[in-house]
Write a new protein. Structure first.
Ligand SMILES: [Zn+2]
Length: 360
């Protein structure tokens, strides 16, 4: 009798196991910005392709139909949340701009950044994150443009580190820096260029630490607000794809991303490893993942490009395959494609993506 009961229990537990939702060890994500057409079809296609997570624009997250279909199809949703890139706000309030070491607005082509010291703007971002999470209950928040000004998309391997931009040298940052570190810029230096040079020549470490803290604290404030609204919300941070030593430590000195500190307050770190765009080989994606992992022990989700961007050089199927395979190599915890729109625009890459993901 006991033996019979035991066998029954065993069968029962096996049935339960096979009915439980799929275990999603590997996060397979797609950044999606807009979508015309039925969401049901979209998510059915994602299921077929093995995509289990959407990194979605605020517009999509705010659409109840999108969220309903995502839930029904068991697709996790992260809202992409840009912080210090905000063209709309800068158009109206150019005085909020970050300032470079020449005393000018930090800007290059479409890239322009808000000074990260402005309390009003920071609070506005925190409130906005809180409202988004409260109203739409996404599974995660994916914090983007969370760095100091730098147009890293056009920083190639041969770039002279000294030519990379350092900001922000407006009066708000300079006052906060002095008040919080006890360092005093000599009075006789009145021009921004002279003040910036003096800081970088005499107190570069303190300046870098202080600038990183501006970014770390912003992530912390946004993550805290999001978690107050939804305690189990997942927090992802988009990283500039630079290893610790690249460009003379520019990940901290230029971008202001202290990835060890960021790993402590987030669930995922997502380096934007768009290899083709920055003239790197596919294997570089794995190199960056490994570097970030070695520094943080965190959960690393490399994001990879699908289509051509910035450069006109051919980005063929084979290069895409090698890039995707490099992105999935341990210690990576998955991959996020940038973007869904670009993936379906190239059916051969979409098929290849499906084949590789389904074989995992
Ligand atoms: Zn500033």
């Amino acid at each position: 009798m006991m033996k019979y009961l035991f066998s029954l229990l065993l069968i029962f537990s096996l049935v339960i196991q096979s009915c439980s939702p799929e275990v999603q060890d590997t996060l397979i994500g797609a950044k999606i910005y807009e979508h015309n057409g039925p969401y049901k079809q979209l998510f059915e296609q994602w299921k077929q392709m093995g995509i289990n997570t959407g990194f979605c624009s605020q517009e999509l997250i705010s659409d109840p139909e999108f969220m309903k279909e995502a839930r029904e199809h068991k697709i996790s949703t992260f809202v992409i949340f840009p912080v210090f890139f905000n063209a709309e706000v800068l158009d109206k309030s150019p005085d909020l701009s970050a300032i470079n070491r020449n005393g000018e607005a930090a800007a290059e082509e479409w890239v322009e950044f808000i000074c990260p010291s402005r309390e009003g703007y920071r609070q506005q971002m925190v409130d906005h994150a809180r409202n988004l999470v409260r109203e739409h209950q996404p599974d995660g928040i994916s914090i983007d443009f969370i760095r100091h000004f730098v147009y890293w998309e056009k920083v190639y391997p041969d770039r002279d580190p000294a030519s990379l931009p350092v900001s922000c040298f407006d009066s708000v940052c300079l006052n906060h820096f002095q008040a919080e570190t006890g360092i005093s810029i000599p009075d006789e230096l009145s021009r921004t260029t002279k003040q910036a040079d003096w800081i970088l020549n005499n107190h570069e470490d303190a300046w870098t630490t202080w600038r990183c803290q501006l970014i770390t604290s912003m992530v912390e404030e946004i993550a805290d607000a999001a978690r107050e609204e939804k305690p189990d919300i997942l927090v992802n941070v988009h990283l500039v794809p630079w290893a610790k030593a690249d460009f003379n430590g520019a990940i901290k000195k230029v971008a202001g991303q202290d990835i060890r500190a960021l790993a402590q307050i987030s669930d995922y770190l997502s380096p934007m490893t768009y290899a083709h765009m920055v003239k790197q080989a596919p294997s570089w994606v794995h190199h960056i993942v490994e570097d970030v992992y070695m520094q943080t022990g965190g959960v690393i989700l490399p994001s990879i490009q699908v289509g051509k961007a910035y450069l006109d050089t051919e980005f063929d199927l084979e290069e895409f395959r090698l890039t995707l395979e490099a992105a999935l190599e341990a210690p990576s915890s998955g991959v996020v494609v940038w973007s869904w729109e670009r993936l379906i625009a190239e059916p051969e890459k979409a098929d290849l993506f499906k084949d590789i993901v389904k074989a995992l």
